[in-house]
Design a protein around this ligand. Structure first.
Ligand code: GDP
Ligand code: MN
Length: 396
């Protein structure tokens, strides 16, 4: 589960990571009140106003702006709230902004130039260990840094038996070129960040940029957090941070019906039982020259009710030109699945796109006979390859 920046910062702060003073606001009036409160503490009139959406690159899309007084706070908040923010990480039509974070501007010039770094903690799946990834090139797309100057990205792997060691935190601060108070603050920052990551059962904590202020303090200016959804039962307070408005509505609806559905960009809808088979089916579709429109695991009980629900979900996507149903009858019998498909089809009425059904396993032949005799616009096959050929043929 992803969080908004302001929520991620609340978690960071609770583990002792330095953040800017900030308040979230739903309206320009609330934004002004927030700015007044912050000014009382900081004495500064300058604030940063940041769109809260689940997407990075907000700065580039006009979702991060500086206000030098209360009038500007009101004006900018009014412009950002309600806008469809388009960034390299949003869909082309953008994401609706429902709230903004008002925070103190911590980039004020001083004795030293403010500097930006990149620090993240994530799971290295290749080694099965958590690692700290960091770079002096903060504020930029880390993907671009990785492509153009990979030598500027450092990695520090954590041994799970002993946890993060002091020398490792110091090494990060050293490699970032820090000294004096900033060095000390950075080692503390790394410790607190790593603790936040492990204690919250996250799979990603990405701070880009980490700021060294002109008075040598280290602050998390941005925060992207991905919590492990399967561990949310241990964190009721974090689970309550879910913002359903940020999620794909079809995926939310599928989830409520117990269907494991992920929306994709292609033209062939998939209905499969089992995640592994679903992955293999997506490969098969690609091989046949199509592109999967979704991942959909209907689970073990592929009965009429679930098949119908799955049809409804898949057909919400206007890009779908064909549907491939691939069911392995191990525990579930193929003739029951076939009957489920026929019943679901009849309940829906007409389905405009062709349907290819591949049933294999217990009573596969009986299932195929049922489908062939149904008179519906369903192409029934037994072999995986036949299904692929049929998809190719139907898509031309
Ligand atoms: P992102 O674009 O979604 O990654 O949002 P960030 O929070 O990283 O902000 C984007 C950029 O805005 C940062 O890299 C900074 O350069 C700038 N920025 C963010 N906060 C402040 C601030 O408090 N003051 C100033 N002057 N610039 C800021
Ligand atoms: Mn950022």
């Amino acid at each position: 589960m992803n969080l908004h920046e302001y929520q991620a910062k609340q978690i960071l702060n609770s583990f002792g990571v330095n953040i800017q003073r900030g308040v979230v606001a739903q309206t320009p009036e609330e934004a002004v009140e927030a700015a007044k409160e912050i000014t009382k503490e900081t004495g500064s009139e300058w604030h940063v106003i940041k769109a809260q959406v689940h997407a990075g690159g907000r700065g580039k899309g006009g979702g991060v702006k500086i206000a030098k007084n209360l009038e500007e706070v009101e004006k900018i908040a009014g412009e950002i709230i309600g806008m469809d923010l388009v960034t390299p990480q949003t869909p082309p039509e953008g994401k609706k902004v429902h709230q903004v974070l008002i925070a103190e501007d911590v980039y004020y010039p001083g004795e030293h130039e403010p500097e930006e770094y990149y620090v993240s903690v994530l799971l290295n799946r290749a080694t099965g260990r958590n690692m700290i990834m960091y770079s002096t090139e903060g504020g930029m797309d880390i993907e671009t840094v990785a492509e153009e100057t990979p030598e500027k990205i450092f990695y520090e792997e954590i041994d799970p038996a002993v946890g993060l060691q002091g020398f490792q935190a110091r090494k990060v601060a050293y490699n970032l070129g820090l000294s004096g108070n900033a060095f000390k603050e950075m080692t503390r920052f790394i410790y607190a960040l790593y603790t936040a990551y492990t204690e919250s059962d996250s799979s990603l904590f990405e701070i880009n940029p980490v700021l060294k202020t002109s008075d040598e303090r280290i602050i998390a200016v941005d925060a992207k957090v991905t919590l492990d959804s399967t561990a949310l039962y241990r964190h009721k307070d974090y689970a309550a941070m879910r913002d359903i408005r940020e999620e794909n509505p079809t995926e939310v609806e599928a989830g409520e019906q117990g269907l494991n559905y992920v929306d994709l960009d292609g033209n062939v809808g998939c209905m499969v039982n089992g995640a592994g088979l679903a992955m293999a089916t997506m490969d098969l579709i690609k091989q046949a020259g199509g592109e999967p429109a979704n991942f959909l695991d209907v689970g073990g009980t592929a009965n009429a009710e679930r098949v119908e629900a799955a049809f409804h979900i898949i057909l919400k996507d206007p890009k779908v030109e064909a549907i491939l149903i691939n069911i392995f009858g191990g525990i579930v019998r193929c003739d029951m699945v076939a009957q489920g498909i026929i019943d679901a089809y009849n309940n829906i009425g007409t389905i405009e796109v062709p349907i290819i059904v591949r049933l294999q396993g217990t009573n596969a032949d009986v299932g195929k006979e049922l489908l062939d005799a149904s008179g519906l616009n369903v192409h029934s096959v037994i072999e995986f390859q036949e299904a692929a050929d049929k998809v190719q043929e139907l898509l031309g």
